[in-house]
Design a protein around this ligand. Structure first.
Ligand code: ADP
Length: 547
């Protein structure tokens, strides 16, 4: 910057000095020529007077390079003295001008360094005739005095240029000082080095400038400190949690790793690591690399983690929460659920068989209510065990999907199976449309039967249940009791009942909606509920990847 300023000011000085120099040369040459011209005129007038007075001309007193001629009225030479005189006077413009107006003058080239200044004046001779005196004098244009002039001018010019450059350099140095000092200051701020104090200000504006930059630097340092304190605080908080937290910056660099993550991945949190150091499976790594959202379980270090990866303005966050306890607990609970159901089914079947035998065998009438109650209770228990086993099958069992099936078929079958209940409750069931989807037939049947059964069970006399197939699933709507806001969140839980006494009396097992929810989840689908108390309910089942 400074160099450029010095350079441009120097070129300006140089151009100005060059212009002055050329003007001086022009002035010098034209004044030399004017001097020659005046001398020629002076000599011509001296000799014109002398010729008029009849004084003889003495050429021995002529100055160097001087020539003189006396011309007649037509411009032809009568007498000639000295050097360099022309051959044909009459054609010369200065002679023609003298014939016309009484005087004429001219400057002509001679040789390189010389010019010839000539002057022609009208005069009268001793015989009172018309004559012309023609004088010619050599003018040395580029002689030693010109060289002297040039050398001294060049020296003066060089001096002026040098002083100009030095002055510019010095002055620019003064005005660039604050900029240079700021440059140093900014570098120190960026590199987090101790600040060098500013030099003494040479004037008021510089002092003001230094003061403002000083204040800004201090504010910046304070902001940086509070930011790093805040960062430290956040780091401490993150270090104190048991979840594994990793922040990935650009180029897969790990910008932050909390203590728990460092321990789990066997990485030193103070050292540099990149994404591959975490050793994720290829698919997860690819998703993270493309900054995709990841949400899945991840088995690692003999534990099960809920892995979440998502992009934030600060980088890509990878968080792993240890859910081994929940997963193991859930597995244990489910396997207990399944084993207990199996174990209960055998003795129950035997009780049911015995009760049937008892009812068919002649017995005292007084035993009728007891036998009926055993049959009712064991039937209810049987349904419960069946539902529990269905749930276990959904969670653990592999249900074969042969290909797309038309769901209208299991729907009609379920409707037929519920005919008795429909009649008992006085509720009508309608099925509209069809939906074809790759699903296990029993799953489709149990989904629809559970929802239709609930619609009938919790409906009212003269009410309806409508199953409508959609392009991506179906809805089951009824105009029954409806479900309140709080219960809506929980009805899909196992054994959750809205109104304990009412539901038990209704004959439900408390597992129907849990079966619906888990069946839908096992297909990657979802069940949702829209309902309000007294205004009926609509259950919507939506399946993924519908073509
Ligand atoms: P249940 O076998 O008791 O019907 P579900 O899991 O199928 O168990 O349903 C849970 C609870 O949700 C039921 O006990 C009932 O209170 C409520 N519920 C389910 N479907 C309906 C419906 N269509 N209308 C009103 N309440 C319902």
């Amino acid at each position: 910057m400074r160099k450029r300023l010095v350079l441009s000011v120097s070129s300006l000085i140089f151009a100005a000095v060059a212009a002055v120099f050329s003007f001086s040369v022009f002035f010098f040459t034209s004044s030399t020529l004017n001097q020659g011209r005046a001398e020629a005129r002076h000599m011509a007038s001296i000799y014109a007077n002398a010729y008029e007075d009849g004084i003889p001309i003495d050429s021995t007193v002529f100055p160097a390079m001087f020539g003189l001629a006396i011309l007649d009225e037509n411009g032809n030479p009568r007498q000639e003295y000295g050097h360099n005189l022309p051959d044909d006077y009459a054609t010369l413009p200065e002679v023609q001008s003298a014939i016309e107006s009484g005087e004429g003058e001219a400057i002509n080239d001679f040789d390189g360094a010389f010019r010839l200044a000539s002057c022609c004046l009208r005069t009268s001779g001793p015989d009172d005739g018309v004559y012309y005196v023609y004088s010619l004098i050599g003018v040395e244009l580029y002689g030693p005095s010109f060289v002297n002039f040039c050398v001294s001018s060049a020296l003066v010019s060089a001096g002026i240029i040098a002083i100009g450059i030095l002055l510019t350099y010095f002055l620019s140095g003064l005005s660039f000082k604050p900029i240079e000092a700021s440059k140093v200051r900014f570098r120190e701020l960026v590199e987090n080095r101790p600040l060098t104090p500013f030099p003494k200000a040479i004037d008021k504006p510089s002092a003001e400038y230094y003061r403002e930059v000083d204040e800004a630097s201090k504010a910046l340092l304070a902001a940086r400190k509070s930011l790093s304190d805040e960062k430290e605080g956040i780091r401490n908080i993150l270090d104190s949690v048991s979840d594994l937290i990793i922040l990935m910056g650009e180029d897969e660099d790990i910008a932050f790793l909390n203590l728990a993550a460092g321990k789990a991945f066997h990485l030193d949190v103070m050292k540099y690591h990149s994404l591959p150091s975490l050793g994720f499976p290829k698919a997860i790594e690819a998703s993270i690399r493309k900054h995709r959202k990841v949400e899945q379980t991840y088995d690692f270090n003999n534990k099960t983690y809920a892995l979440r990866g998502y992009m934030t303005p600060g980088g890509y966050v990878i968080a792993l929460a240890d859910i081994s306890f929940e997963v193991n607990g859930e597995k244990l609970r489910s396997s207990f659920f399944s084993a207990a159901s199996h174990e209960l089914k055998t003795p129950l079947t035997s009780i049911m068989g015995q009760a049937e035998i008892l009812s068919l065998t002649p017995h005292p009438d007084a035993l009728d209510p007891s036998i009926a109650s055993i049959e009712k209770a064991s039937n209810r228990m049987y349904r419960l065990i069946e539902d529990m086993l269905s749930l276990s099958r959904i969670e653990f069992g592999h249900r074969e999907v042969k290909g797309p099936i038309s769901l209208a078929k299991p729907a009609e079958e379920a409707k037929s199976a519920l005919a008795f209940l429909m009649e008992e409750k006085g509720v009508e069931v309608k099925i509209e449309g069809d939906f074809v989807y790759p699903i296990n037939y029993d799953d489709a049947y149990s989904l629809i039967k559970n929802l239709l059964e609930n619609g009938i069970r919790y409906g009212h006399k003269g009410g309806y249940v409508i199953l409508t197939f959609l392009p991506n699933g179906f809805t089951v709507a009824d105009d029954g009791a409806g479900i309140g806001e709080v219960d809506k969140q929980r009805v899909f839980e196992r054994f959750y009942r809205v109104e304990k006494s009412r539901d038990k009396a209704s004959g439900g097992t408390g597992l129907g909606l849990a079966i619906v929810k888990h069946t839908m989840l096992s297909y990657g689908g979802k069940v949702s509920l829209e309902s309000s108390l007294g205004e009926g309910s609509t259950f919507t089942c939506v399946f993924p990847n519908v073509k």
